[in-house]
Design a protein around this ligand. Structure first.
Ligand SMILES: NC(=O)C1=CN([C@@H]2O[C@H](COP(=O)(O)OP(=O)(O)OC[C@H]3O[C@@H](n4cnc5c(N)ncnc54)[C@H](OP(=O)(O)O)[C@@H]3O)[C@@H](O)[C@H]2O)[C@@H](O)CC1
Ligand SMILES: Nc1ncnc2c1ncn2[C@@H]1O[C@H](COP(=O)(O)OP(=O)(O)O)[C@@H](O)[C@H]1O
Length: 284
């Protein structure tokens, strides 16, 4: 819906194509993304993800968490909704179309990740949602499917896939996707994405200015926001990586994760099907 993935013959991700929402669109037709909040004093990373999910076009975004965390979130967000998590996770209704968990969540999150997986909503797992399974990756893999995306940096990757050599990152992502049953996006200067069905792609459109705290949390939100709009896990991961890279290319010096949101409208405008007239950005 809206975005189309463009891949070169060598599997390098190119600028996605964006078609505007139909004239009869409403917020629910654009998808509802949910992001799991970190605890008090660690809410920033999840907020970055939620802001990116909204900016990339999810019609609604809700942050879920405990009351104290939400009180902190409320001091920072307006368009993003807040909902208290309950024991049975009834706060996640059937209109939720994608979930993101991990940024700032804390490594005691394993039980919640497993409970969320049972809801069969496409999920993005990042940061602590990966590290939480360092001692028992099989427990995580048992719950994952091809509609889910994991977004490890090299350190997180090594915690789940101790025996996989990172010297060949495309092969590493491929093996990890085969083993886990989920889409694996291995972050780095070049980002490699692999699906359990054997598809692989690489994003080379990026900039070292992206190496800043919270940048990966923004990527998580972009992917979740795309998945919320009905885009498949592999396509959303590929397109999210390119859009994230384009923010880095356009923004350059002084880029911080907070400021990444300000660049998203221009990045999207550059992807519009008929954007050639007002797009001055690079076409990698
Ligand atoms: N604004 C906020 O609130 C922010 C909150 N954040 C939240 O903080 C939490 C911890 O997340 P984290 O990623 O900072 O720490 P952690 O899980 O310990 O892993 C780091 C260790 O892994 C290794 N490593 C190897 N390769 C690596 C690589 N390419 N990139 C990075 N690391 C690499 C390296 O180990 P070394 O090789 O040095 O032994 C390194 O010491 C998490 O919840 C996250 O969401 C952050 O998102 C920032 C913004
Ligand atoms: N040298 C680099 N060149 C291009 N992109 C980079 C570089 N270093 C990091 N990135 C990107 O920045 C993001 C960093 O994510 P991550 O390590 O999870 O940071 P954080 O946990 O602080 O959000 C990833 O998307 C990664 O691909």
């Amino acid at each position: 819906m809206g975005f189309t993935l463009n891949l070169a013959e060598d599997r390098t991700i190119a600028r996605p194509t964006l078609v505007p929402p139909p004239s009869d669109a409403h917020k629910y037709s654009r998808g509802h993304a949910m992001v799991w909040s970190g605890p008090p004093l660690r809410t920033g990373a999840s907020r970055l993800a939620a802001q990116a999910a909204l900016a990339v076009g999810a019609g609604l975004v809700t942050i879920i968490g405990d009351r104290a965390a939400l009180a902190e979130q409320a001091a920072h967000v307006s368009a993003i909704m807040l909902r208290e998590a309950d024991d049975k996770l009834a706060c996640i209704d059937r209109r939720v179309t994608a979930l993101a968990i991990g940024p700032g969540a804390g490594v005691g999150i394993a039980d919640i990740v497993c409970a969320l997986q049972k809801r069969e909503i496409p999920m993005v797992l990042d940061a602590d949602a990966i590290t939480a399974f360092a001692g028992d990756p099989a427990r995580l893999f048992e719950h994952l499917c091809a509609n889910d995306v994991m977004t490890p940096h090299a350190g997180e990757f090594a915690r789940l896939f101790l025996d996989i050599d990172l010297a060949d990152r495309a092969a590493a992502a491929y093996t990890a996707a085969q083993r886990s049953g989920a889409v694996v996006l291995l972050k780095g200067p070049h980002t490699h994405i692999a699906a359990p069905d054997g598809r692989v792609a690489v994003n080379r459109h990026a900039s070292p200015w992206l190496a800043t705290a919270g940048s990966g949390d923004v990527l998580t939100g972009l992917i979740c926001g795309l998945m919320a709009q009905g885009i498949s896990a592999f396509d959303a991961a590929c397109m999210g990586a390119w859009l994230h890279g384009d923010i880095g290319v356009r923004a350059g010096p002084g880029l911080t994760a907070d400021k990444m949101m300000d660049h998203i409208p221009l990045v999207l405008r550059g992807c519009l099907h008929d954007a050639s007239a007002d797009d001055t950005g690079p076409r990698t």
